[in-house]
Design a protein around this ligand. Sequence first.
Ligand code: KG4
Ligand code: ZN
Length: 337
Amino acid sequence: MSEVLEVVQAGWILGIETSCDDTAVAVLHDGEIVSSVVRSQTALHAPFGGVVPELAARSHDGEIADVIDEALVTAGRALDSFDAIAVTNGPGLPGSLMVGVATAQGLALASGVALIAVDHMEGHLFAAALEAPVELPAVVLLVSGGHTQIIRVNAPGRYELLGETIDDAAGEAFDKVARLLDLGYPGGPAIERCAVSGDPMSIPFPRGLLHDGLDFSFSGLKTSVRTYLGAHHDAGVGDVAASFQEAVVDVLVRKLERAIDVDVRSIVVGGGVAANASLRQRVSTLGRTKGLAAVLPALGLCTDNAAMIAAAGGFHLAKGEPGLRACDILPGRRLVL
Ligand code: KG4
Ligand code: ZN
């Protein structure tokens, strides 16, 4: 029988996630989400059109105790009854990561509960596993504000990097183009809403590196949108948004398809951009066409949350990894090199 990547029954896990601009804490019991609190800083950063690292760190610092309380009270659970505290220690913004890690270390020390340091991108993968067990080998498209990668999961915890962006991340492209179109922040949901009124085939924006391996490039696409807007002052915003979204989704899905070989049993998507309806639809269709399971995280678990961090932490705990007393932040942490 083939192996499966799944959320394991690892007792009570507290997850803490502060790598970017969401202060998130969750309680997981034997793989089931008991509570999951996400306090978003969107309103704080919106006037700047993107995340301001210093403001993000300060806001995490001000909110984290309250968010932990809310998650614990909702779960009706005291800290010292947990089996592990799982915290994101990278990749992410240094000041933001520091708040989560310092808090988790303090809680672990005070309660005697094991501390587990989780990779944020592995968390995004486990958001899909929270939806359904993933039959392996799987090819996984991880698309967030900071990362765009295709990885292959050969066995639980064994990852292989197949391709990644050489410049902007897919979510970053959404955010930058939304700014060009004055659609606000975060750009992904704003573009998706605006695209509904446009024709995705109206403007043939470029598909970076389409015929070239499994790496991605999105900076040329962003430049192309800017050039188009400069030359077409009467451009319909809906058409631009829809055509841009189509260009991103098209290249993501075609590369994902190329990564599938005869051994592959499932395809998985994770990260904030996995919330995009057009991407979800195309990936589901790809799964059906190839006869493979397409595992997509629940909508609320695509963007940053702590349930996915607790799930990844539970996986490491169940594997027998020892609890840490302390852990460093690793802003440039890479799941696979
Ligand atoms: O995973 P995430 O919450 O944070 C990072 O780890 O970066 O991803 C945030 C990114 C942002 O760039 C946001 O614009 C994008 O995900 N995003 C979307 C959608 N919802 C969020 N992109 C496209 N369509 C969406 N519906
Ligand atoms: Zn993320």
